[in-house]
Design a protein around this ligand. Structure first.
Ligand code: 3EB
Length: 343
């Protein structure tokens, strides 16, 4: 980002995120800050807990071929945390984090709808009215449920019903990731903020996911391509980029070519975060691929991991946090999905 923001204190946003690798000590990067939540992309999906006063989410995303990381969300404000039913949450007065795990079941739609509605209810009760970013880690994502429907499509039905029933209060769907995980069940975690700070963006190269045609499932996916968190006091704008794949319009392109899918995915992100696209949404500023940090790269086939790492080394800054995972993607023909944060 090449804009300057007068009065911005340093380079750290009020809400910030970084990855901790095995053997690293998070304290070097949490000094003077509070932890809003931790998400371990590790070896087992477990219900979220509170750990040293902050939510801890443990997901089954790492395997023998990929490194385990912990994503740490920090803030410069005091944090209050708690539990509400199966939800574990934390808030800092501006930002809200919550997580819930859905155990493996035959048909997910009703439990997904209930989990989303419980999260919306809690967010709203605490005064965080705008969802900002959502992660949906879905076991056996393209496998069939007990009725023979693809699990991702089943999941999308429940999520869409929750957004429909809240459409009078929650106008915009936020940036999201929908991706496979390595154990049965679904791990959900969400960020939200106070009213008036979230702006949801679409990508001119892609059909909005909530308008995908019915051939992709009975209810279309409920997410925006990116969400801009507008500066609160003393912070900079931050752009949360959804999981992005090799989709142009609504079509998967280059179904059998990992390198080309990577190139299209990166071109999609580049167009999404560009000054031209922000201007299209009436917003100032804009970003480049080199501004992307906290990058997660989801790769369907382990044999493509070396190529994925090479593409990332070329596209992203050398000091960006980048992690690769070997998991399922939500269409059988998608080989890669990439997300990140521009700041
Ligand atoms: C796509 O563009 C690829 O269902 O939450 C990317 C990001 C994708 C989020 C979701 C799905 C989701 O349709 C898949």
């Amino acid at each position: 980002m090449t804009l300057t923001h007068p009065g911005a204190p340093a380079l750290t946003a009020a809400l910030d995120c970084f990855f901790v690798r095995p053997g690293e000590d998070e304290r070097a990067r949490t000094a003077g800050r509070q932890v809003l939540g931790r998400v371990t992309y590790g070896h087992s999906g477990r219900p979220p807990t509170l750990h040293n006063g902050a939510p801890l989410v443990r997901t089954a995303m790492a395997d023998a071929a990929t490194e385990r990381i912990t994503e740490v969300w920090t803030t410069d404000r005091p944090v209050r945390s708690g539990r509400d039913g199966g939800l574990v949450y934390a808030e800092d007065g501006e930002h809200f984090f919550c997580a819930v795990r859905i155990d493996a079941c035959g048909v997910y739609r009703d439990t997904v709808r209930q989990a989303y509605e419980a999260a919306f209810t809690l967010m709203w009760r605490l005064g965080y009215t705008e969802p900002l970013r959502m992660w949906n880690l879905v076991g056996d994502i393209t496998g069939p449920n007990a009725q023979g429907m693809e699990t991702y499509r089943d999941f999308c039905v429940g999520r869409a019903q929750a957004f429909e029933s809240w459409s009078d209060r929650i106008g915009g769907m936020p940036a999201a990731t929908g991706i496979g995980s390595l154990r049965p069940g679904i791990d959900l975690y969400f960020l939200a903020c106070r009213t008036g700070r979230a702006r949801h963006l679409e990508n001119p190269r892609q059909t909005p996911a909530h308008r995908y045609p019915a051939r992709y499932g009975p209810k279309s996916p409920s997410f925006a391509r990116a969400t801009l968190l507008e500066p609160g006091s003393g912070t900079r704008p931050v752009l949360y980029v959804s999981g992005t794949a090799s989709i142009v319009g609504d079509d998967t392109v280059h179904p059998d070519d990992f390198g080309r899918q990577c190139a299209v995915t990166l071109a999609n992100i580049e167009a999404l975060v560009s000054p031209e696209n922000l201007a299209r949404h009436g917003l100032a500023g804009g970003f480049r691929l080199a501004d992307l940090d906290c990058v997660k790269v989801y790769v369907r086939d382990a044999r493509d991991l070396p190529a994925a790492r090479a593409h990332c080394a070329e596209a992203f800054r050398a000091d960006a946090d980048v992690a690769c995972f070997n998991v399922g993607v939500c269409r059988p023909d998608l080989l890669v999905e990439i997300e990140g944060i521009c700041r």
